[in-house]
Design a protein around this ligand. Sequence first.
Ligand SMILES: Cc1cc2nc3c(=O)[nH]c(=O)nc-3n(C[C@H](O)[C@H](O)[C@H](O)COP(=O)(O)OP(=O)(O)OC[C@H]3O[C@@H](n4cnc5c(N)ncnc54)[C@H](O)[C@@H]3O)c2cc1C
Length: 444
Amino acid sequence: MITFMPDPGLLDSPRRRAWPGLSTGHAGPAGEPPEGTDVVIVGAGPAGLAVASALWHHGVHDIVLLDPAERPCERFFDRIDLLGQRVLRSPYEHHPGVEGYRDCELLDFARLHWSRLTEVERREVRMAQAGHRSVVPVDVFEAYCRHLVSSHHVGERTWRATVQEVLPEPDTVVVRTDRSSVTARFAVLCAGERRRVAPSSWWGGGPPPDGVSYWDEPVPEYANRLVVVGAGLTAAHLVSNALAAGRQVHWVIRGDAERYQCADVNSSFFRPEGRARFDRVDWPDRLELLGRYRRASIMFEFRPLFERAEAGGGLVVHRGRAVAAVSAAGDGTAFVRLADGDLVTGERVVLALGTTPATGGDLLPDAVAGTRDGWPELAGDTLAFRRAPRVLAVGAAAAMVLGPAARNIDGHRVATARVAAAVAEGLRRGAPVAGEKALAVARG
Ligand SMILES: Cc1cc2nc3c(=O)[nH]c(=O)nc-3n(C[C@H](O)[C@H](O)[C@H](O)COP(=O)(O)OP(=O)(O)OC[C@H]3O[C@@H](n4cnc5c(N)ncnc54)[C@H](O)[C@@H]3O)c2cc1C
């Protein structure tokens, strides 16, 4: 059997190119958001941007986006840049633009900016045009998001605020922030995901000991010997950055081996037939499917790099080893104690344990959030909370409806189509559209 190894060079791509005609920053409107609006969107990441853009095409322009960040998608690109990630894992067809409205899609956008692309990037565009797997530069994706922000007037509708409570009333939703309150007819939760914290048994809970940090914090330059815990793409970036900087790396993986695959979920879940597998089964089977298919994995392109580093001794991989405890000596040394008693020592331990979805449970009243096994119960065709039909969710929170791809950019596209249609129709009728009728009505 021939094993094909994609070129590690595909992981590289220039960052911070100038994109003509696109503003680099966004100050947002001055002052407080209006007291009343049609729709509040909580979170202006790729999911919130997708919802705002889709609503714009539905003729819904009276919207307010709330996010503590200064510009839309800031948290997404900050995390990516902190990890030194230069290309997306998802292909060109996964993007927050709106389909079916003659919008400029991500692939069109890349082609329009052909002269700014490198030879390798152009080849990937051709691969995408031919329907093959392709690698998207972060730079292109960010410029495209900025294009969406300006072409759908999202910037002037985004206010800096942290939402603290979302309180559904019979005819409205009151959204309380750290600065003021906004009353809306509908609210869409697009709050993304948070870092997954270590089990309290590792050091007793709370902030990590000195010398131990999480993937979304900077790795100090002094750390010549790094211990990375985790088996996903985030861990892979931490390992490859450290190797590139000439550091010795110990990599602790709970599974028997690292898993290499193109996308982070089985590609069938990005297609209707994959989502149908979810539609057909009950809640316990959905939970089982989510657990089985949302497993940590790494892009193929890393494989030659890691195999070379391991053979050369710069990388030591501790496979099939569960972590029992993490501690620090106070002299600049940090330790990972493995379940079999072995100790892995470094000047820094970085935990890349993945993320957990913001499901709305911390914003909505308990009686409304309806959380079951950590997931909200949402109507399948509208993604509205079953006990609060004026509140809808896009992003990771929709995973029990849309399957594991809900947590990816393409899942936001599918969720957005349902949510935007339901909200637009609800505004037109003056009441939420319940159950199966929502999409049928909205699509005529
Ligand atoms: C490093 C990294 C790389 C990734 N690469 C890919 C990829 O290549 N392809 C892919 O499909 N997926 C990728 N993902 C998965 C990715 O998380 C999602 O696809 C996407 O970022 C999620 O968008 P989002 O808008 O749901 O979340 P986010 O980007 O996290 O945006 C959520 C926003 O909500 C805001 N927010 C949260 N709470 C509140 C509150 N209470 N009040 C107001 N605002 C709030 C946050 O500030 C944030 O701006 C990656 C994830 C990470 C972490």
